[in-house]
Design a binder for this molecule. Structure first.
Ligand code: PLP
Length: 436
């Protein structure tokens, strides 16, 4: 079967995500025949470097031999069983290991199937906690400007990206936003720390005025990814933790994108030394293999639901909660983190790629070049409103999978990226800039 036949069949039968399907009249769709390491291969043998880890999920490359082996091993035992009334080793071991690795005090793991559903779980648990505690007025949620927390109605309510939200505005629960500590908005001469502190003051005024009706404040720690790879100082998280405690508001850390080493530490919250009330994880959790998400929470939250009365319990469920194959892939990914000392190795890789990108960062069309851990981003000075589409298409032509967010081009490569691949990525991107 060739590329063009598959494209035609896909466009007829598959409604692709995050896509205006009509654009595929001109925009190429890439059928993947196989994938290995950081590379995707089409049916004509052309290969593409997966510089965005297949939408930020793939940490250790495609067809990773160790994750493959773990899945085969689990398949010999069983694939999935329901998690209400039953349990199994992969889900127990994953919960125990995550609790040891995450910020202290997050000893209870509740499983969902994707990122957005873990956000829904955290929102519902927070609201239900206050309800069980007799505080029925706490029904609102607070998020950062330019935040992204997923596309289901609850998660979209606390997302602040007009492109995804506006069409559904009348369906959404009311929520509020406070200014993002994104340092690109700092005054000239103002450090990212000073700007973070100034934003924390705005958070304080908001909480002091409205805390009685706010259940939780949700943040993407250190990097607001879908909102344009906006990076901020960890001090903001420290202040947010203190203020949430002071005003009796839960702090939800949405580490769906930034968790599992993306920002340089295993979890981004660790750079601020804080424990959130809820930690949402998904995307990289299975190394990019299978859908799985988890909400980790504290004993204080857990105890508020522990009661003889059934309706005080958390009755939320997903058919595939704690899927055994997904948990096995997640355990194999954690093994790789340990065996290959991935966090340490990534420090060196991060510095190396940043150094290689020096010319790129100083290119006359490049603004705001920034890096946190294994994320690099910059704005391209180009006023074409189709910049993103045209740039990704040109990138594909030169063998790169890149999907700019508006004018923001970013790299979020799998952690197995090697020196040669870094050169390839930087050089091809520099070449692309000559055309835009
Ligand atoms: C991707 C993402 C989500 C949603 O996860 P899905 O698995 O796509 O539902 C939520 N929050 C953040 C920060 C994300 O990057």
């Amino acid at each position: 079967m060739g590329n063009s036949e598959l494209v035609a069949r896909s466009l007829a039968a598959v409604w692709h995500p995050c896509t205006q399907m009509k654009h595929h009249e001109t925009l190429p769709l890439v059928p993947v025949a196989r994938a290995e390491g950081a590379w995707l291969y089409d049916f004509g043998g052309k290969r593409y470097f997966d510089a965005i880890s297949s939408w930020w999920v793939n940490l250790f490359g495609h067809c990773n031999p160790r994750i493959n082996a773990a899945l085969r091993h689990q398949l010999e035992k069983f694939e999935h069983v329901m998690l209400a009334g039953f349990t199994h080793e992969p889900v127990i071991e994953l919960s125990e290991r995550l609790s040891k690795l995450a910020p202290r005090g997050l000893g209870h793991c509740f499983y969902g199937s994707d990122g957005a559903s873990s956000v829904e779980i955290a929102l519902k648990m927070s609201f239900h906690f206050w309800r069980n505690s007799g505080q029925i007025g706490k029904t609102g949620f607070l998020s950062l400007e330019n935040s992204y927390h997923g596309e289901t109605l609850g998660a979209l309510s606390i997302t602040d990206i007009a492109l995804f939200k506006d069409a559904y505005a009348s369906l959404l629960h009311h929520s509020s936003t406070v200014p993002s500590p994104d340092w690109r908005f700092a005054e000239p001469g103002e450090y990212s720390l000073q700007y973070a502190l100034r934003c924390a003051e705005k958070l304080e005024s908001h909480l002091s005025a409205h805390h009685q009706v706010i259940s939780a404040f949700i943040v993407e720690p250190l990097v607001q990814c879908a909102g344009g790879m906006a990076m901020y100082h960890p001090e903001y998280l420290k202040r947010a933790r203190l203020l949430c405690d002071q005003y009796q508001v839960h702090l939800i850390a949405d580490e769906i994108a930034v968790g599992f080493g993306r920002t340089g530490t295993l979890f981004a919250c660790q750079q601020a030394g804080i424990t959130p009330d809820f930690l949402c994880l998904s995307k990289g959790i299975t190394g990019g293999y299978l859908p799985l998400s988890v909400v980790m929470t504290t004993d204080t939250i857990y105890q508020a639901f522990y009661h003889d009365e059934v309706t005080r319990g958390f009755l939320h469920s997903h058919s595939y909660s704690g899927n055994a194959l997904s948990c096995s892939a997640a355990l194999a990914a954690l093994d790789i983190f340990e065996e290959d000392k991935v966090i340490q190795t990534n420090y060196a890789k991060s510095a190396q790629l940043t150094k290689m990108a020096k010319d790129l960062s100083q290119h006359p069309k490049v603004k705001g070049f920034r890096n946190t851990g294994m994320i690099w981003a910059f704005e391209v000075n180009n006023s074409d409103k189709n910049f993103s589409k045209n740039f990704s298409r040109a990138a594909l032509d030169s063998g790169l999978l890149l999907r700019p967010l508006g004018n923001t081009v970013y790299f979020m490569p799998p952690y197995i990226i090697n020196e040669q691949e870094m050169h390839f990525l930087v050089e091809k991107t520099q070449g692309l800039l000559e055309k835009f």
